[in-house]
Design a protein around this ligand. Structure first.
Ligand SMILES: O=P(O)(O)OC[C@H]1O[C@H](OP(=O)(O)OP(=O)(O)O)[C@H](O)[C@@H]1O
Ligand SMILES: Nc1ncnc2[nH]cnc12
Length: 188
């Protein structure tokens, strides 16, 4: 079995979740936590991302390195710091509004179920730094687009958006200012 088939086999699907949000009726929620519960699967996931980043993304980067890994609230926080440490890059969180101290830049976005605002600390990225964004899943692309806006506001250059899962039918990648790399593509 390939890495991709193995990781796909670990995901679980939950119809009509989260229950408390009426607009989630008909949405199949894909859960990545079974991967994190299984050390072999988690290691396979991180190694897969690192292999892609070192063989493709860094090779094509203007400064031949990734300066910053940006992780999105909340599940991007589980992946971003590990990738950043292994790459020798900075980790920078993008958080939901009101959670970060100090001066922040903010951007509002629409997601598959509702509206939210994202923030990043205003001095987190320096002009010209190369950045990759990581999250568990891209649906409409609203969250990732808002993160890209925060990076661009600070003069950062987004090289790529990384996800475990891409919901292809929502075409979220088309909203973004850099290519998407996803391990599992889902059509339903
Ligand atoms: O492409 P989009 O339509 O923006 O949707 C994708 C986002 O939705 C989920 O997070 P959610 O906002 O549910 O927050 P959580 O991680 O705090 O549960 C997911 O982890 C992504 O961050
Ligand atoms: N279908 C989905 N599964 C898991 N997380 C999500 N975030 C937005 N849509 C999602």
């Amino acid at each position: 079995m390939s890495d991709v088939e193995y990781l796909k086999s670990q995901l679980t699907a939950h119809p009509d979740f989260p229950k408390k949000v009426e607009s989630t009726l008909g949405i199949v929620f894909l859960d990545i936590f079974p991967i994190l519960r299984n050390p072999l699967a988690f290691e396979t996931l991180i190694t897969h991302f690192l292999h892609h980043l070192t063989s493709h993304t860094i090779a094509a980067a203007p400064n031949k390195k990734i300066d910053v890994v940006v992780g999105l609230d909340a599940r991007g926080f589980l992946l971003g710091p590990i990738l950043a440490l292994r790459l020798g890059a900075a980790f920078v969180p993008v958080r939901k509004q009101g959670k970060l101290p100090g001066v922040c830049v903010s951007a509002t976005y629409e997601k598959e179920y509702g509206t939210d605002s994202f923030e990043m600390q205003a001095d987190a990225i320096k002009p010209g730094q190369t950045v990759v964004v990581v999250d568990d899943l891209i649906a409409t692309g609203g969250s990732a687009k808002a993160a890209g806006e925060l990076i661009a506001k600070q003069g950062g250059k987004t090289l790529e958006y990384l996800f475990i899962i891409e919901l292809m039918f929502l075409k979220g990648g088309a909203k973004l200012d850099a290519p998407v790399y996803s391990i599992v593509q889902s059509d339903d």
